[in-house]
Design a protein around this ligand. Structure first.
Ligand SMILES: Cc1ncc(COP(=O)(O)O)c(C=O)c1O
Length: 374
């Protein structure tokens, strides 16, 4: 048996999703007549309290199209230095959108210094400067152990942006993890933002897809952007059907069950924290040195350092059927998700103890990283 904790992207669709995909009513979505895609877009817009939505192939495409629809060439956005948009999207903002990013340094809770934010907006009357056209937040925030940003904080950032006439976009790849962890309604967390992307293909367990929501006028622009980057899909209701199941209120919906993933992550962190050889991941992930602090695991990520050869530790786990990945700054990441049970977590903890016993200790945790963001 394999327990694959490399990412929540490894989830397979639920039986209800497979059934819905099999029976999905289809049309040509570029003509706008795939009823299943239309139903998914309506459901997403309604849940997040926005006028309209557009279904996209991936989170990366969602962020790219979101920027295309907000920004003109030569403009600049403001985003956290460690965000996905800045670090893991091949500078699509520069290559395709034609914009620069002013990077904010994050605090370990994922917030920014508000004075620095105010200073980060360019002076639109100075002909030398680019014009600030967008602020981007990531929620949950992967670089700070996937912590959620609160409604209040999101409102504060939106207010500062809107004072300058600048819209706010949320990269909510794991937006519903934030919603569940904070115990708020999706529309409440989305309300301060002008646009939000969320991924169906991560914790929500769909095989593919993301959704971008915003005003009707904005989403019409985003549809043009999606077509520009080759994202116009045809009988794509077969995929949207899984998303409709994920966002449904009944027992087949996969939003509420994210609480199980969060509880499993916390249990994993608690068990790891007791082991000699496991320690604080450091930096933004956990500023306090010493033992891993399980209270940092508030959604579905557990990130830690091993006082061992990291590759050998991961190999020793893998030989026991447990998969984790190396992560930046010499850390290891485990992500809980649909298909991983509380019992699996106990199996993982036993495997970690055994892997630590058989892996040679290293003087310092290995700072090198070969990870890929997933
Ligand atoms: C915060 C964040 N945004 C965007 C993405 C991109 O999603 P995708 O892999 O579907 O392109 C990811 C993927 O891991 C992510 O973690």
């Amino acid at each position: 048996m394999t327990v694959d904790l490399r990412s929540d992207t490894v989830t397979h669709p639920t039986p209800a999703m497979r059934e819905a995909m099999h029976h999905a009513e289809l049309g040509d979505d570029v003509f706008g007549d795939d009823p299943t895609v239309n139903a998914l877009e309506e459901r997403a817009a309604q849940l997040l309290g926005k006028e309209a939505a557009v279904f996209l192939a991936s989170g990366t495409m969602g962020n790219l199209v979101a920027q295309l629809a907000h920004l003109a060439r030569g403009q600049e956005s403001i985003a956290g230095a460690s965000t996905h948009v800045v670090t893991y999207e091949q500078a699509g903002h520069a290559v395709i959108v034609g914009t620069s990013v002013r990077q904010m340094r994050e605090n370990p809770d994922g917030t920014w210094d508000l004075e620095q934010l105010r200073e980060a907006f360019r002076d639109p009357t100075d002909v030398h400067e680019p014009i600030t056209g967008l602020v981007i937040l990531e929620n949950t925030y992967a670089a700070v152990m996937a912590r959620p940003l609160s409604v209040q904080y999101t409102r504060t950032i939106a207010a500062i942006a809107h004072e300058r006439g600048v819209p706010l976009h949320i990269d909510g790849a794991r937006f519903f993890n934030a919603v569940v962890a904070l115990g708020v309604a999706p529309a409440e967390l989305a309300a301060p933002a002008d646009s939000v992307t969320f991924c169906l293909s991560k914790g929500l367990a769909c095989p593919i897809g993301s959704v971008l929501v915003g005003s009707r006028e904005y989403i019409a622009k985003a549809r043009r952007g999606r077509k520009l980057v080759g994202g116009g899909m045809r009988q794509v209701g077969v995929l949207a059907a899984a998303g409709l199941v994920a966002l449904s209120d009944g027992p087949n919906g996969t939003v509420k069950r994210l609480a199980e993933d969060h509880a499993n992550a916390r249990r994993l962190a608690e068990g790891l924290a007791e082991m000699d050889g496991i320690e604080s991941p450091g930096g933004l992930l956990q500023p306090t040195p010493g033992r891993l602090d399980p209270s940092r695991a508030v959604t579905n990520f557990v990130i830690f350092k091993v006082r061992r050869d990291r590759a050998a530790f991961l190999d020793a786990l893998s030989s026991r059927g447990i998969l984790m990945v190396d992560y930046p700054h010499g850390t290891v990441r485990a992500v809980t998700h649909y298909g991983v049970t509380a019992q699996d977590i106990e199996t993982v903890l036993s495997a970690c103890s055994a892997a630590l016993r058989e892996t040679p200790a290293s003087a310092a945790a290995d700072p090198a990283t070969t990870h890929q963001e997933r």
